[in-house]
Ligand binder design. Structure first.
Ligand SMILES: [Mn+2]
Length: 416
């Protein structure tokens, strides 16, 4: 019997730029991607859909995000195509006393949330999934045994032996929100490929999520066993060059074949504009205009791009003259970006007789000003650099436009 399924991951519903006037358009991007996957699943009449973690961008979502998710998943539920999911690091809820949004979706029958139980001596137990309570770690579909782990933290590699011990069936598939070093572009939450390898003996297909870039890992004998589809939309700056999509997988007599289906994410540009040697702000602005125009991606469908622009070089005018608002106006004229982040790393060069002096860059001035403010309070003296770094990290999160309360708190708890 042939089984066909879709393997997707990292949908990140609920992400937007709260500080931006265009937040609702960006907010819809992620629902559009889920709707594309749902429509494909129904058109192809697949047997099930996998979501390998990070369905939601944050653990605490807005009520409207929950409502939109239900609306988007409804056709799948109506078509009786199971949507099997695990939690990622983004939709993980730490508080044990509150029910997570993922659990709620599972109880309502929109997803089947797989999550293992732990035994007293630290082992894993995959209880059969109970549709009534929406809980369990193991689900059988056709001849396949599906197991789900979600995100288990930064030490996932140490758990592989215990995970394998907990499985005694054959024809196994594992949903696991974890990255593999050498492949995964993210820093935290990865396993070494050698640590992961024992999974290949127990599971024919390991459905990964987490790193937003697609990759496939193979055993030393060359058998592909772990697959990461990446995120279907560009979630963060830095993802502009990754292929975006999800897998269609066919299982025929225990043999897996996969096909990557590309999605059409919003255009994104990350670029450094070199203004080295610019004599005044007007000249710099002209160079800025022509370099941006040359670098702009063409979406082909008129969708407004997301831009991260870094200004670099030593210039002969004060970097403050190229203020954010001035650059924004120019960018609006050029390409009406949906969202812009500008990093001003220009430094001022002045001539003092024969020698040139490089004055401080905007970033250095910021640090100095903050250090001055912080050291004015005697309780903080001696910790200026640490607190400056913390302040800037919080500032960066807030400027990104989607500060998650828990992420901000975790920055603070690293210091206290
Ligand atoms: Mn993710």
């Amino acid at each position: 019997m042939t089984i066909r399924f879709i393997h997707s991951a990292d949908i990140h519903l609920g992400k937007t730029y709260r500080s931006s006037a265009n937040e609702s358009e960006r907010y819809e991007d992620f629902f559009t991607m889920l709707a594309v996957i749902v429509a494909d699943a129904i058109r192809e009449r697949v047997d099930f859909v996998l979501i390998a973690g990070d369905l939601f961008h944050t653990g605490q979502i807005l009520p409207r995000t929950f409502a939109r998710t239900i609306e988007t998943l409804q056709p799948l539920k109506d078509a009786a195509i199971p949507c099997v999911a695990v939690e990622g690091n983004h939709d993980w809820i730490h508080r044990r006393d509150s029910i997570s949004w993922m659990e709620a979706l599972s109880q309502m029958g929109y997803i089947r949330l797989l999550r293992p139980s732990r035994t007293e001596n630290g082992g894993y137990r995959f209880d059969p999934f109970d549709p009534e309570s929406g809980a369990g770690g193991h689900l059988r579909i056709g001849e396949l045994n599906l197991y789900g782990l979600g995100y288990i933290g930064a030490q996932a590699g140490n758990h592989v032996a215990r995970i394998c011990e907990a499985v005694s069936t054959r024809n196994n598939l594992l949903l696991f929100h974890v990255g593999l070093w050498n492949y995964s572009p993210v820093e935290i939450g990865n396993m070494q490929p050698l640590e992961a390898l024992p999974l290949a003996e127990v599971f024919d297909y390991v459905a990964l999520g987490h790193g937003h870039k697609p990759y496939i890992a193979a055993t030393p004998e060359g058998r592909a066993y772990a697959f990461n589809p990446g995120a279907p939309e560009r979630v963060n700056f830095g993802e502009e060059k990754y292929d975006k999509g999800y897998y269609h997988v066919t299982v025929d007599q225990g043999r897996y074949t996969h096909q990557f289906r590309s999605t059409s994410p919003r255009p994104m540009l990350v670029t450094t504009i070199n203004l080295e040697g610019a004599g005044n702000a007007d000249l710099a602005l002209e160079r800025f205009r022509s370099q941006i125009a040359a670098a702009l991606p063409d979406s082909g469908d008129g969708r407004r791009p997301l831009l991260e622009v870094r200004l670099a070089g030593r210039v002969a005018f004060h970097p403050f003259e190229l203020g954010r608002e001035r650059l924004r106006l120019l960018l609006d004229e050029l390409c009406r970006p949906l969202h812009v982040e500008i990093k001003n790393h220009l430094s001022l060069v002045t001539s003092c007789g024969e020698t040139e002096t490089v004055q401080k860059s905007l970033a250095e001035i910021e640090r100095d000003v903050l250090a001055g403010l912080i050291s004015a309070n005697s309780r903080y003296q001696g910790r200026e650099q640490e607190l400056v770094t913390l302040s800037l990290a919080i500032r960066d999160q807030v400027l990104k436009g989607d500060p998650d309360g828990e992420e901000l708190l975790s920055l603070l708890s690293g210091v206290v």
